[in-house]
Design a protein around this ligand. Structure first.
Ligand code: ADP
Length: 191
């Protein structure tokens, strides 16, 4: 089973993907995590994307599509959870082509709905907690970059809601419910 978790930054995609990995042996493909890993390890690509990511803008379609392609070539286990990908219509078309190419299909797109105030609060709290625990906050978890990330979501990513609705595989769930309730909603979509 292959699914997309769709939703703005802070919607809880990563948390729910983690639960699906544990319970269903699925593979989480988070382009954000992959890009951050490239940034940390200082690869050429990592250096190229660092500033764009820190500002909160989207990196090029070409880069993220390349990252996803590499992963689809590997182990499939219980299927893929696309987390933070696709984020543009071009990425959505590319994913459809890639899935065809690898003989896979898309089983569900789950849109996690949360309002902006909650998103901002969750992300700024995440940054504070990271610092309180002796770590460092993500470079884009600050008010300024967050505004850019939300704008990128509404302008470039939210059109995917209509795109997948038209394809017939969209389900929207309430991302404001508790983590367990959200998990249960996702489980009922996946069956
Ligand atoms: P969030 O959903 O909380 O914003 P992510 O970890 O998914 O966090 O993404 C962090 C950043 O990584 C994005 O703001 C963007 O710069 C980059 N990024 C991640 N996925 C994509 C993608 N599919 N297309 C373009 N840029 C991406």
């Amino acid at each position: 089973m292959n699914i997309i978790l769709l939703g703005p930054p802070g919607a809880g995609k990563g948390t729910q993907a983690g639960r699906l990995v544990e319970k269903r042996n699925m593979i989480q493909l988070s382009t954000g995590d992959m890009l951050r890993a490239a940034k940390t390890s200082g690869t050429e690509m990592g250096k190229k994307v660092a500033e764009v990511m820190d500002r909160g803008e989207l990196v090029t379609d070409e880069i993220v599509i390349g990252l996803i392609r590499e992963r689809l070539e590997g182990d499939k286990k219980g299927g893929f959870i696309f987390d933070g990908f696709p984020r543009t219509l071009a990425q959505a078309d590319a994913l459809a082509d890639l899935l065809d190419e690898f003989g896979e299909k898309l089983d569900a797109v789950i849109e996690m709905q949360v309002n902006d105030e909650v998103l901002v609060e969750r992300i700024l709290n995440r940054a504070k907690e990271a610092v309180a625990n002796g770590g460092t906050a993500r470079a884009d978890d600050n008010e300024e970059s967050l505004k850019v990330r939300l704008m990128a979501y509404y302008k470039q990513t939210s059109p995917l809601i209509g795109y997948y609705h038209a394809k017939g595989n969209l389900t929207s769930i309430d991302g404001l419910a508790s983590m367990d309730e959200v998990e249960a909603s996702i489980a009922s979509v996946l069956g």
